[in-house]
Design a protein around this ligand. Sequence first.
Ligand code: ADP
Ligand code: MG
Length: 690
Amino acid sequence: MDNYLDTSIEFLKGVGPKKASLLNTELGIFKFSDLIFYFPFRHIDRSKFYRISEIDADYPYVQFIARVRRVELIEGKGRRLVVSVYDNTGALDLVFFQSIKWMKDYLKPGADYIIFGKPTVYKSTFNFVHPEIELYTENARLSLGGLQPVYHSTEKLKAAGLDSRGISRLTHTLFSGFNAEFKETLPASILESLKLMPRNQAIRMAHMPQNAELLQKAMFRLKFEELFYVRLKLLLQNQAHKTQFKGYQFGSIGDYFNDFYAKHLKFELTGAQKRVLKEIRRDLSTGAHMNRLLQGDVGSGKTIVALMTMLMALDNGFQACLMAPTEILATQHYQSIKELLEPMNLEVGLLTGSTKKSQRNKIHAALQSGDLKILIGTHALLEEQVKFKNLGLAVIDEQHRFGVAQRAEMWKKNTLAPHILVMTATPIPRTLAMTLYGDLDVSVIDELPPGRKPIETRHFFENKRLSVIGFMKREIEKGRQVYVVYPLIEGSEKMDYKHLQEGYEAISRDFPGIHISMVHGKLRSEEKEFEMQRFVKGQTKIMVATTVIEVGVNVPNASIMVIENAERFGLSQLHQLRGRVGRGAEQSYCILMTDYKLSSEARVRMETMVRTNDGFEIAETDLKLRGPGDIEGTQQSGILDLKIADLAKDQKILAIANSFAAEVLELDSGIMKPENAILRYELAQKAKNN
Ligand code: ADP
Ligand code: MG
């Protein structure tokens, strides 16, 4: 029966060459089996038929049977077809702006139709715009009634008659010719302990649900299976990494670390910082290679953790480096780390694209001799001439901007790979981290240093501009500094610049006599640095910028962040920008200025920013709004190949899948036990298909 599933989709009744080619290109469906594993993304309950008098304007999707009274074409602007329908309890209108000709022919006065749609409020009443509609017959009622799968389709497919219902019809046709069973893919022990529906039943149920309860069990089973194998594979990779890749063993904690901790650290570490340092310490002492992701919200104190990890390397006779994504950031790290280490007489080097040749040569030599133990810089660190005597640890800040390939570059610096600590201030929802970074271990700093005043965030429309300006003035008079950030306009550097320039001019007019800096992507790095430094030193009070200041910059006296056209920024970017303030003792503010017209998604973004400062909560919301595909870092990961699970919605199932996968490996790390043969087989199958 396997042959049947391997049949080319072209040969399914109702498909043919033209539709087949669309299914190939639009949905990646080539064979019968591809259609089977093209699962509906949701189901709608069409078991209930409403009467017109029962329907309210604020109802979600509803279904009713009604008779057409009149079909009227309204010409001119807003050309539309208005269809009046009624049953014995009331009447309402259906409105069509498209497919007018087709609808006009299809809708016959006096005939009954099954109508499915969502009421739209219009003036003081409501109507249905573009509902799904089908001529009433007893057969149609039976096939439409009940739970219906909804499949993603595309414009091209819809035009060829393959909308969600069209795809559903094909699936029915396919199953009617297929009586064999889908093989089970999970071991009996898991099926039993979770009381999972057998795979054969679950696959059929997802496409042709019998009732809500069975459907729910089917979906759980299929999502669980998918996520379970994702986790099992990643856990195996992680395990392999730990056993195959040797790392330097940092056996001891010595004077560098202890002196710093006891004498030079000016504050108490937070509980979270201590816990993370322990996790790192444990990694470094095993002799396996450390590959750890350190997540922590902006301002949670990752730098100190990184520095203390570097000191562990030094204590064991190794060098350490820290790589940042921009020159500004690298320089700031350099300055703060240099300052922290000054009392210990520890030299720190800085290497960026603009380091002078003579200085560069000095650094190269000192690295090779081992005299220079700590180097900080940009991706200039990856250049071939940069050779360490014995690099034991590489810290990489803001991982998203580097990506996985560059992490690997670091490895080539030694015979043994240095330990890697990746820091990111873009919190990634745990579920995503779990699926994205299965090969990394993850530490989380989930606690801010004490005494921070939460940043107050407000959202204003243009009509409040004057009072915002007044507020900025008063804060500047108190001695504070202000950021004003403009969005990048996609695809138009020229427009960006114009926008920014206009903003700068407006601000110059509104704040006469106040010194203003401007930084944008077109400046050379010395110019950028010069302007930044003027702002850092307090010589300028307002920093007008594009998002170049997004990452890492630390000016504790800047306590106000104004974001212009905030609706153009994604949530995580807004949160990153906001993290530039709230670094000093003063109360800080973030002001989101937007257009009046906001999409509902943009409104959620603004509300979320106003409601919470918690980066993880924001990341979760972001994931729900955009879906995993749009979150940075997911593109290359392969998790987008998920066929049925949804990382934004199925977090609980992922957690369950994870614990089951971990338990399997705990009891049978090599997956050698006979009862797990099925797992070994499936993993091999999946590896073959990739
Ligand atoms: P981020 O995680 O954003 O990189 P930083 O490491 O820059 O955060 O820390 C932000 C600020 O908080 C720095 O000024 C740092 O000195 C300070 N800080 C870090 N840890 C603590 C702590 N445990 N107690 C008090 N202040 C701290
Ligand atoms: Mg930082």
